[in-house]
Design a protein around this ligand. Structure first.
Ligand SMILES: *Cc1c(COP(=O)(O)O)cnc(C)c1O
Length: 393
């Protein structure tokens, strides 16, 4: 297995984690081409997660925007409400294979924490989740869901009290207890083999979407659009289209209050090469290599780095990345709700916003697929607060 994507990726972990990372790499190598493993995982994805997810023709949106035909890949319909479950079920099976009895994970918006707690309940494993204090407040509903599922949620109060600090704390906990614990990393980031393994588990999205669009339309899309935090739903949506040179791949990162302000999480727009959280990639950092605080209305995109495969796709020009502001994302959140009757996660709304701005420029027989990474129930309260209409207080 290749640990790098061009110069990016690698395995920059403290000595004490080296064995755990190698054990994981070996376990994943054994499982990834094992027919039994893949059949069990496919069966779980089908009967538990609800796959394949629908590829829905957004007819109202298409008519309204007056350009390309827009399709939504409905990852929001998966069990637990986002694409996170695709990765978590795979990793939980590998943890079992390694004889681990305990799962730990970081979470931003809480979707990855909920998915991990769900898998732990299903597989009868202990589960502890690390979440920044700021995120436990803006995503209080998901904290309660994790508790209901039997997980313990640790409130992280270091740093900016968001996703980066939750990752730090989970890595620290893994270092303390590697013998019985697997760290279920939630995105295509961290040390090898995580970026490759998580990408493989998420690539089910484009495997299905490619087949579905060929069945429905008899041709490939002009563009595939997805939001990018660490980049797992995007790489999952891109992967099986990478060899199709005519398909544009577009990742939408969080511009927060604007890429020119200090309040954004636009890693591709503003980042430089560095090493952090076990990988070489692009990061928002100062001239001394200190990670700078980032901001987005969306807890799931509020991360100062990007997965190494995206850094490579950006470098080679195979994928393009655009920055979408909070205000554009909130408009898209409301637009999709009213136009199609689908409330998207505020993360996914970044991809919807980009499509709203560009669909009109395509021809009518062009097709755009937007990956709808999650559903927006979790965001209803915080968007109301953003608009000055407090719901619950
Ligand atoms: C976690 C999350 C994201 C961001 O993570 P990626 O690894 O970039 O996909 C995006 N959308 C939703 C709904 C999420 O839960």
């Amino acid at each position: 297995m290749n640990a790098r994507f061009g110069e990016f990726g690698g395995q920059y972990v403290p000595e004490i984690l080296m064995n755990a990372v190698i054990e994981l790499e070996n376990a994943y190598s054994r499982c990834k081409d094992d027919t039994g493993f893949n059949e069990r995982l496919s069966e779980l994805l089908r009967c538990y997660a609800g796959r394949p997810s629908l590829l829905y023709y957004a007819e109202n949106m298409t008519a309204d925007l007056g350009g390309a035909k827009i399709y939504l890949k409905r990852e929001d319909l998966n069990h637990t409400g986002s694409h996170k479950i695709n990765n978590v079920l795979g990793q939980a099976m590998i943890a079992k294979e390694m004889g681990k009895t305990r799962l730990i994970a970081e979470t931003g918006a809480g979707q990855h924490g909920v998915a991990t707690a769900t898998a732990a309940a299903l597989f009868k494993m202990d589960c502890e989740i690390f979440m920044g204090k700021e995120d436990t407040e803006r995503q209080a509903l998901n904290v309660r869901r994790m508790n209901l599922l039997g997980a313990k949620v640790h409130c992280v109060t270091s740093g900016t009290q968001t996703l980066k600090d939750a990752v730090n704390e989970t890595m620290r906990e893994w270092t303390r207890r590697v013998s019985d614990t697997h760290y279920v990393l939630g995105s295509v980031m961290g040390p090898h083999p995580f970026p490759t393994m998580v990408r493989d588990f998420q690539s089910v999205i484009s495997r299905e979407a490619r087949q579905q669009i060929l069945e429905i339309e008899g041709k490939l899309p002009r563009a595939v659009i997805a939001c990018v935090g660490g980049g797992s739903n995007a790489i999952g949506a891109f992967y099986h289209f990478i060899e199709d040179a005519e398909v544009e791949l577009i990742g939408c990162e969080a511009a927060g209050l604007g890429v020119e302000t200090p309040q954004n999480a636009a890693t591709i727009a503003n980042g430089t090469t560095g090493i952090f959280h076990g990988m070489k990639s692009l990061f928002c950092q100062d001239e001394y290599g200190q990670i700078t605080p980032v901001y987005s209305i969306s807890a799931g995109l509020d991360y100062p780095g990007i997965g190494p495969e995206h850094a490579r796709l950006h470098q080679t020009g195979r994928a393009k990345y655009a920055a979408v502001t909070d205000s554009q994302a909130v408009d898209a959140f409301e637009y999709l709700s009213r136009t199609e009757g689908i409330i998207p996660a505020v993360e996914s709304a970044h991809a919807v916003a980009y499509a709203m701005g560009t669909a009109g420029g395509y021809k009518k027989d062009d097709i755009i697929i937007i990956n709808l990474s999650g559903r927006g129930d979790k965001d209803v309260a915080s968007i109301a607060r953003y608009k000055g209409e407090d719901l619950y207080e």
